[in-house]
Design a binder for this molecule. Structure first.
Ligand SMILES: [Zn+2]
Length: 411
């Protein structure tokens, strides 16, 4: 059996007035996802367990079939695994966003989607200026997403660092940031690093050039998502499967590394609507020739929702449908021993520009997938299906068994 899991990150949403009170999925033209439903089924499931924050970290762990309550130990250490960074016993990894703060508010948690090249120069300067003053090492990542490794110190113990309350910057777009600064024991050092970055960054040539070009500068670092190295059982021992992951996002690639899957390198992936859709799909389908499983992750629906742009979110969903789902459906139709599942990892709401919990729609078809008699993929058709799986990861665990999908066993 061949298994395909396709994630349209943050695709689910509430009805939007400017889209005729339809959700972006309903407003989008999605013949491929509708065809998946028509050939198989649609239903609701919860990738975010009740009581946990609705992040891509938790949501994608569920999408990989891991119970987030057991596996999750922070987002940053997963990204560190992707970068080949091994954390020492006394070290904690923080996610380090480059952000734009303006007039006391979080203007842009992506620093205007700063390029990786520009960001890498800024990270060099962060190490040069802050590295001597604080026991911290910065590692460059993709675009605005970087890492900061902090060892335990007398001022901030390991327990304090791990349990510090840090806010994801994408949750406070346009809001005053001061109430959302890190809090709890040990916060002084982390806050001091963020303050110091605000003195260093604006002066740097990269930022001056961005201003001159009419782009937002990266005015600060924002530290969050911290944790120690997680433990994830490998796919081979957990499911008896070999597989591969394709994503533009370090978090998802890091989960692939930790799960013992092959992380495919595809040129031109951006995590945005201009990503190399065809390249990602072809790399995944090629990998599937010699493996059992592929995980294809598209970030653009989430990013466009964080920006609060309904038209762009609709376009991101249509591109995902036409250029990713359609090609995978073609594969499944041509391979009788294969099945596919399409879903978001959580809601990302245009109205609030942030994530939300709750049951999201999944569509599945192929070998051993029951047929539900519906013909459209949306939040509403999923709700009308009568299928609701509370522990989302159980659906994925069942999906990854060769037996016919038994929804009773997902409860
Ligand atoms: Zn997500």
């Amino acid at each position: 059996m061949k298994y395909l899991i396709l994630v349209g990150d943050g695709m689910a949403d509430y009805p939007v007035p400017t889209l005729g009170n339809r959700t972006p999925i309903e407003a989008a033209d999605t013949p491929a996802m509708d065809a998946v439903v028509a050939r198989g089924m649609v239903g609701q499931f919860c990738p975010i367990p009740e009581g946990l924050p609705p992040g891509s970290d938790i949501g994608n762990l569920s999408m990989f079939g891991y119970n987030p309550r057991e596996s999750f130990r922070g987002r940053a250490p997963i990204e560190a695994a992707n970068q080949g960074i091994t954390l020492a016993d006394n070290e904690v990894a923080f996610r380090c966003n480059l952000v734009t703060l303006e007039d006391g508010r979080m203007r842009d948690f992506t620093a205007d989607h700063i390029s990786s090249e520009e960001a890498a120069e800024l990270v060099v300067q962060l190490n040069a200026h802050l590295g001597g003053e604080f026991p911290a090492v910065f590692h460059p990542g993709v675009s605005y997403r970087h890492l900061c490794i902090v060892p335990a110190t007398p001022e901030a113990s390991l327990a304090a660092l791990v349990s510090m309350n840090c806010t994801p910057p994408h949750n406070i777009t346009d809001q005053e940031y001061a109430p959302h600064l890190p809090s709890g024991e040990g916060k002084e050092m982390i806050r001091a690093m963020m303050r110091r970055s605000q003195e260093v960054l604006p002066e740097l040539p990269v930022n001056q050039a961005r201003l001159a070009a009419g782009k937002l500068p990266a005015t600060s670092i924002w530290l969050w998502g911290q944790g120690k190295a997680p433990h994830m059982e490998s796919y081979r021992s957990k499911f008896g499967l070999t597989g591969a992951v394709v994503s533009a996002v370090d978090l998802v690639k890091g989960m692939g590394v930790l799960a013992g899957l092959d992380v495919l390198k595809v040129d031109g992936t951006t995590g945005w609507i201009d990503t190399n859709y065809e390249g990602k799909v072809e790399a995944a389908l090629q990998a599937l020739e010699t493996r059992d499983f592929v995980f294809i992750h598209l970030e653009a629906p989430d990013e466009t929702a964080h920006q609060g742009k309904p038209d762009l979110k609709v376009k991101a969903i249509e591109d995902f449908d036409h250029r990713v789902v359609a090609r995978c459906l073609e594969y499944v139709e041509g391979h009788p021993e294969s099945r596919m599942l399409v879903a978001p990892d959580h809601f990302t709401l245009l109205s609030t520009k942030t994530h939300a919990s709750g049951p999201v729609p999944f569509a599945a078809c192929g070998a051993g997938i029951p047929t539900g008699g519906q013909s459209a993929y949306s939040e509403n058709t999923a709700a009308a299906s009568g299928v609701l799986i509370e522990d989302g990861y159980r659906l994925i665990q069942q999906f990854l068994q060769p037996a016919p999908l038994d929804l009773e066993h997902c409860q």
